[in-house]
Design a protein around this ligand. Structure first.
Ligand code: GLU
Length: 274
């Protein structure tokens, strides 16, 4: 890769550990559909703490459409235009909150709205990689989402889990943490008390037998696609963790105290050997 103009990169510290954190719509919205700002604040606190511990964070956040729906309660339809409207209004609201919450810690955020073609065309991919790299080098947290306002339905990411996997790969992250409203992957339906949380899934494991088709009503993803993304990303050497974004201190636990954290970890081929 050609090296880029030095001045934007000079602050880069080689010893930082780069991680990607994906937050789902179901983590960020309340039952009434409005943004759960207290939850956002809790996650921002934890990301600030991780940065103090030497982590460099890319944040992939859903919630634009869900938050727009909360802002425009009079509208309810699945029409493309209405979805675009929700996304346009909701994304503005979402980034405004992140901006203010991170500002409390003196941290600057920048917004990146992307589309699938930016991961397909090498030139476009290089261009957005350069932008995210420059942001990280300047201590700015990229807050990334699909550009739902202009994305064409047929060409959209399957969901933001897929987007987070693409970002983690492109940026060479060491870990990808996917936050949802469940603790991880269970042996059966998570609501059934007999189901157990699976702590680790080795590379190459066939998990089709315990995938539930459970899906939240807010985001596009579900556990099946989440697991598909997680196992593919882990196969490429990035460990992936699925955890419950509504749990207190979940990010601190999965990153800083992984032995005791409640989550499912998809092991890389290297980790699966030991
Ligand atoms: N980009 C969508 C949003 O922010 C979410 C997509 C998904 O649910 O994964 O509302």
């Amino acid at each position: 890769m050609p090296m880029l103009p030095g001045k934007y990169y000079q602050k880069e510290e080689m010893n930082k550990i780069r991680i990607a954190v994906k937050v789902g719509s179901n983590v960020l919205t309340r039952a009434d559909g409005r943004l759960d700002v207290a939850r956002m604040a809790a996650l921002v606190d934890q990301i600030a703490e991780l940065r103090k511990n030497g982590y460099e964070v890319l944040l992939i956040s859903s919630g634009a459409v869900a938050s727009g729906r909360g802002e425009l309660p009079g509208l309810s339809s699945d029409d493309v235009e209405v979805r675009q409207l929700f996304a346009a209004v909701g994304q503005a609201k979402l980034i405004e909150h992140y901006y203010d919450l991170f500002k409390e810690y003196g941290i600057t955020v920048g917004q990146i709205l992307t589309t699938r073609e930016n991961f397909v065309e090498p030139e476009l991919m290089e261009n957005q990689k350069r932008c995210m790299t420059a942001m990280l080098a300047n201590d700015i947290i990229p807050v990334i989402n699909e550009n739902d306002v202009v994305s064409i339905k047929e060409l959209m990411f399957t969901d933001n889990d897929e987007l987070s996997g693409l970002v983690a790969r492109m940026m060479g992250a060491k870990k990808l943490i996917i936050l949802s409203n469940v603790d991880g992957v269970f042996t059966g339906n998570p609501e059934n008390p007999a189901s157990e949380l699976i702590r680790e899934i080795p590379a190459g494991k066939d998990f089709s037998s315990f995938v539930t088709s459970q899906k939240s009503s807010l985001g596009r993803g579900g556990m099946a696609t989440k697991m598909g993304t997680a196992s593919q990303v882990a196969a490429d050497g990035i460990s992936v963790i699925i955890a419950n974004g509504k749990r207190t201190d979940v990010l601190i636990d999965v990153v800083l105290h992984p032995e005791s954290a409640i989550c499912t970890k998809f092991l890389t081929p290297e980790e699966s050997k030991s």
